[in-house]
Write a protein that binds this ligand. Sequence first.
Ligand code: CMC
Length: 430
Amino acid sequence: MASDTLSITDNRTGKKYEVPIAEGTIKATDLRQIKTDAGDFGLMTYDPAFMNTAACRSAITFIDGDKGILEYRGYPIEQLAEKSTYLETAYLLLRGSLPSKDDLARWKNDVTYHTFINENLKGLLDAFRYNAHPMGKLISTVAALGTFYPEAKNITDPEVRARQVTRIVAKMITIAAFAYRHMVGQRYAYPDNDLSYAANFLNMVFKTTETKYKPNPAMERALDVLFILHADHEQNCSTSAMRAVGSSHVDPYSAVAAAAAALYGPLHGGANEEVIRMLTEIGSVKNVPAFIGRVKSGEGVRLMGFGHRVYKNYDPRAKIIKKVAYEVFEVTGKSPLLDIALELERIALEDEYFVKRKLYPNVDFYSGLIYQAMKFPMDMFPVLFAIPRVSGWLSQWEEMLQDPDQKIARPRQIFVGAARRDYTPIDKRP
Ligand code: CMC
């Protein structure tokens, strides 16, 4: 008779155990009963990088890496990218369902009217060196922002939480744009509440002498689609940071700053920048075969923007982004690096090395080209990733706080250091 249990025999003791299986998972704590004697701590699992450990139950984002599926709250990413807006998608992630007309209007209004930041924060930004990386400025400013809202510490009150969520989503574009203006030495441009979320960001980044900034509609839509595609990606490194830090019940600004710090790393939010560096280094279509040869030779060169830990068929976001890239290039003119990218993709998709290893273009392969065509410097790429990802981080934070299974994150370790020894006075040490 089939049973939803796992039978375990501990060959050290000969004892047998039955452990329940639910949702394709056993509880790691169920292994603690497996002991060699009463003094034994009990069996643990060893799983660095959480390669095979579910740290939560989540109803937000579903990914099937083998089939190339990505869904937010059940809605396929392709449909959201085509029909939704970033603010509507953020509402969906945060609240669990698509908003009614009135709800959406209220949410848009709330976000729009919270885009201004306290003037003191400009002093904080001004303290940075002229060439400071905008991610450093973003991380620090989000953390500092929390000090303006002491009520944010009250994370058990759903209304207080909701207010901070609105503030953070709204103010991200202002902080990101101010970080950019500081970098290029231009005076800060303030939010314009007549504009959409994406257009307002473009306004604060690019406005110069005009009294009213009017974004190109194709660029505004392209940026909005990129925001939708980057809004959440279940338990990745920065989201895990958000959950782990938030599990200490710190205010959400501090937890978002920690998540943004995780995103800053080149293995996470920095790959699109690496794609541009790679394409620039290749320099010309005629050099593509030689570069592919270097990748295959095993000398440690990777085709940046290819491959994914989860997607082994294709990254559904990459397909959408490629289409967006063409729409943007119609406005900006074709990127000189596009032909190199297309040739790399063409050869790689036919080449046995890449086919065998299931290496396909990922979200970063074309996003850097789009950002570059929009005239964003490379240092801004992770900032552009962080802006929409806050809606994912905050949805996951909210879910974590309401989950009765969750406690402060506190992994175990296997201690491999020195056994107990007595302190030696300095003159007796070898
Ligand atoms: N170019 C060439 N070979 C590759 C690449 C690549 N981009 N990616 C993986 N491989 C090879 C790798 O050498 C290994 O070959 P072998 O079996 O002969 O040793 C095999 O494919 C499996 O690689 P892996 O490192 O075990 O795969 P992983 O799942 O641990 O790594 C990855 C996933 C994304 C880190 C990796 O594919 C990579 O470094 N890609 C380039 C960087 C990149 O584009 N990162 C952005 C990821 S998408 C952003 C996001 O979703 O947040």
